[in-house]
Design a protein around this ligand. Structure first.
Ligand code: BES
Ligand code: MN
Length: 456
């Protein structure tokens, strides 16, 4: 068992790892629509094959109602602790495709970055974990490593909770390593301790039975596009607070202690968000800082809007319906099902009687907070310090990863959350990319993590 040999192995095989990552990225494993079902399956098989290649045993592909879960394990001595590594091989849709400089499923390197859908979220992180495991396995792993790699994270992991409940024995571990979060900057290794939850909806507003000539009927029917805009506009007050009845009832106040810790991050959040987004000015609840607003406050967002004629040129029409995709990021204690009722109550109180409406509730997940006072966090912090020359910053992230709460609830298993994507890795957006030098350091950090965790 030699840490040095494992780190040397990473160096000696780096080019091959990069080629393997590109191969993985060429599979368009978009989980959202039926269209890519076969590709999602192909990605599962690719992961299983890679697990076998790195010497994993008991490799299995478990079908679920939608997309399969891939499992495999690398054994060390019986007395060694066990790390369960979580990952997902599904990706977000590449839309809008015309905004990509190179096609989303043809990985391409420009400068220090590899561009492809899933590069940072999270095929790159899955590969970093697999390759770190391969490196330690090659010289006799100091820890038992189990992999659970799913294909439904980007749709809210709807079939993962039942899978976990049915395979409690298989998943027994001392900690779950989850590299699906990110880091703040290439020189700031990051451990995430909080994630927001999600409640997701489609709101349909129906007007006339068919599209109407806007000259012939304009002035007598309430245009559904206008009606949905009015409803949406009322969901926030002028300070950015959400108006759904009861929405903040369970939201916990931030302690002064945590506010101080969050204010202490080694960078300027105002500047950071302006730079990352290109907006002329930030927006949101004035009494909270941007870090608090993205990490520890709930939100309501419009993720998509559809109505009427959206092709080129003019078409004079009153559309028969309008639709909005709406999601709320939730903080601990908020329940996605209760938020659905709050949205319904808002609509009942505010929808005009000139239209009909329908709310579709989609899969969501509660927020999660992970315990920072656990050996795996100390081990990862040490590994990061040895890799970057400085210890990690600890932060709450605004994104959601349903498995973290599912494992706490079903297995009583804590996670340690990290990742090697950067704020400008453009996850869920066109030109998603992976900063390769950071990816390489991430692999090293994971190798060191396995050794530090084994030392206890
Ligand atoms: N990797 C992200 C979550 C994330 C993003 C964590 C940024 C930390 C920082 C994950 O793949 C993701 O996008 N999840 C979805 C989950 C949802 C569909 C339940 C999300 O947050 O939108
Ligand atoms: Mn992800």
């Amino acid at each position: 068992m030699s840490e040095k040999a494992a780190l040397d192995f990473l160096n000696a095989n780096h080019e091959r790892f990069l080629e393997e990552l590109k191969e993985f990225l060429r599979i368009p494993s978009v989980s959202t629509t039926e269209e890519h079902k076969a590709d999602v399956q192909a990605a599962a098989e690719w992961v299983a094959a890679n697990l076998r290649k790195i010497g994993a045993k008991n490799v299995q592909i478990f079908p679920t109602k939608r997309h399969p879960v891939v499992y495999g394990e690398i054994a060390a001595a019986k007395s060694a602790p066990t790390v369960l590594v979580y990952g997902h091989y599904d990706v977000q849709p590449p839309d809008p495709e015309e905004k990509w400089e190179t096609p989303p499923f043809e990985p391409s390197i420009r400068g220090e970055r590899l561009y492809a859908r899933g590069a940072s979220d999270m095929k790159g992180q899955v590969m970093a974990s697999l390759k770190a495991a391969e490196a330690v396995a090659n010289s006799g792993s100091p820890v038992n490593i189990k992999f659970i790699i799913e294909g439904e994270e980007e749709i809210g992991s709807p079939d993962l909770a039942p899978f976990i409940a049915e395979h409690k024995e298989l998943l027994v571990a001392d900690v779950c390593l989850n590299p699906d979060a990110g880091m703040l900057a290439p020189d700031l290794p990051t451990i995430t301790y909080g994630l927001r939850g999600l409640a997701y909806f489609e709101l349909y507003v129906y007007g006339p039975t068919h599209d109407l000539h806007s000259g012939v009927y304009g002035g007598v029917v309430h245009n559904p596009a206008q009606a949905i805009a009015e409803l949406i506009a009322g969901m926030h007050d002028k300070d950015g607070r959400i108006t759904l009845p009861g929405f903040y009832d369970k939201v916990l106040p931030l302690s002064e202690e945590e506010r101080a810790a969050l204010a202490d991050l080694p960078f300027d959040p105002e500047k950071f968000y302006l730079e990352q987004t290109g907006v002329p000015k930030l927006w949101g609840e004035p009494e909270y800082t941007p870090i608090e607003r993205t990490g520890a406050r709930p939100t309501l967002e419009i993720n998509g809007l559809y109505s009427g004629y959206i092709g080129k040129g003019a078409k004079t029409v009153i559309p028969s319906y309008a639709m909005a995709k709406i999601s709320c990021r939730l903080v601990p204690k908020q329940d996605p099902a209760e938020v659905a009722e709050q949205l319904r109550a808002y609509l009942e109180a505010n929808a005009p009687d000139t239209i009909r409406w329908e709310l579709k509730v989609m899969d969501g997940a509660p927020a999660s907070i992970v315990n920072l006072d656990q050996p795996a966090v100390k081990a990862l912090a040490k590994a990061m310090e040895q890799t970057w020359g400085r210890g990690p910053v600890y932060r709450r992230e605004g994104g959601s990863i349903p498995v973290v709460g599912q494992m706490q609830e079903i297995l009583g298993l804590e996670s340690v959350l990290t990742g090697f994507g950067l704020p400008d890795s453009l996850i869920h957006a066109p030109n998603e990319n992976l900063h390769l030098p950071t990816w390489r350091k991430g692999m090293e950090a994971l190798v060191r993590f396995f050794y530090r965790f084994a030392e206890g």
